[in-house]
Design a protein around this ligand. Structure first.
Ligand SMILES: Cc1cc2nc3c(=O)[nH]c(=O)nc-3n(C[C@H](O)[C@H](O)[C@H](O)COP(=O)(O)O)c2cc1C
Length: 276
């Protein structure tokens, strides 16, 4: 258990690292020390040390970035920023540079994951022909589900879904990927699919929010995800994803065509203070 290293010259034995990770780090006469081999590499112990005295092999000090105090944002600005994210269903024709996509994913990978499992890999499609083929394939699956699946037919969204199929078939509207120039596909190991999907949803939420700060718009590709999750062979074949991996979700990305001028209202907040 030598993953924790302490610079004795800097350590004041303040105990913050122990408080932040009590099961794994303990305080000894000589200072903090690993007491269990259950480190999940979250790096909290390293980033919280006020003296920069603690290092952890699993999340090394030299890979941490100092936080600049003045970068803490005003809450009104943050609230407006969070509320102004919308699902974008109309995109400009211009493509998104691969650098920008990497920038987005670099923030998505900072999102919380169960037990710091991370484990999401991304496949990017920015080829217009492939994007069109994906949409066409998803529509085939959707139409067949509407016809043959009692679960789909009973869904309260069935009429909406049927309308989408009609829009695609009659008016050539890309209701699946909204003619976005790029689709980000998140995948995870099949044997950790449930956790991987939860992790993906949170990572994609980070990505969606960060995208707005780069002038980009995004939209969850729900139909695509449901089709992929069903294991629909024509789609799986088209995506060419390793056999041991499973799609957890998809996110459209592009430059929004329209500007929003108001913040939307939602259902009233439902909150109950229990046992008062
Ligand atoms: C899991 C999930 C799947 C979604 N799938 C789709 C989709 O397939 N197509 C679409 O246009 N919007 C999709 N959306 C966007 C929702 O319709 C949208 O978030 C909701 O209407 C609220 O609007 P806003 O995101 O603009 O605030 C999805 C959202 C989530 C969270």
């Amino acid at each position: 258990m030598d993953f924790i290293k302490v610079d004795q010259g800097k350590c004041t034995k303040c105990g913050t690292c122990v408080a932040i990770c009590p099961g794994v780090i303990g305080m000894r006469e000589t200072g903090p020390q690993a007491i269990r081999n259950l480190c999940i590499s979250c790096g909290q112990c390293v980033t919280v040390c006020p003296e920069g005295a603690l290092d952890n092999k699993n999340s090394p000090l030299d890979r941490q970035v100092p936080i600049v105090e003045d970068s803490v944002l005003n809450s009104d600005i943050v609230a407006q920023f969070l509320r102004s994210r919308r699902s974008i269903r109309n995109y400009q024709l211009k493509g998104v540079s691969r650098d920008k996509i990497v920038q987005l994913l670099d923030i998505a990978r900072m999102a919380p994951t169960a037990c710091n499992s991370q484990g999401i890999a991304y496949y990017i499609v920015d080829n217009p022909d492939t994007l069109q083929q994906i949409s066409a394939t998803v529509i085939e699956w959707t139409a067949s589900e509407l016809k043959n699946s009692p679960v789909m037919a009973a869904s309260k969204y069935a009429p909406h879904t049927a309308m989408m199929v009609e829009q695609y078939r009659q008016r050539s509207e890309d209701v699946v990927l909204r003619s976005a120039p790029c689709l980000i596909i998140a995948v995870t190991n099949k044997d950790s699919f449930a956790t991987g999907r939860d992790n993906t949803y949170i990572a994609f939420s980070y990505l969606q929010l960060f995208a707005t700060s780069l002038g980009l718009g995004t939209c969850w590709a729900g139909l695509f995800e449901y089709c992929a999750a069903s294991g629909y062979e024509p789609l799986i074949k088209l995506l060419n994803i390793p056999i041991n991996m499973q799609v957890t979700s998809g996110m459209m990305v592009g430059y929004p065509k329209h500007t929003y001028h108001r913040l939307v209202e939602r259902n009233p907040l439902q909150v109950t203070w229990q046992y008062c």
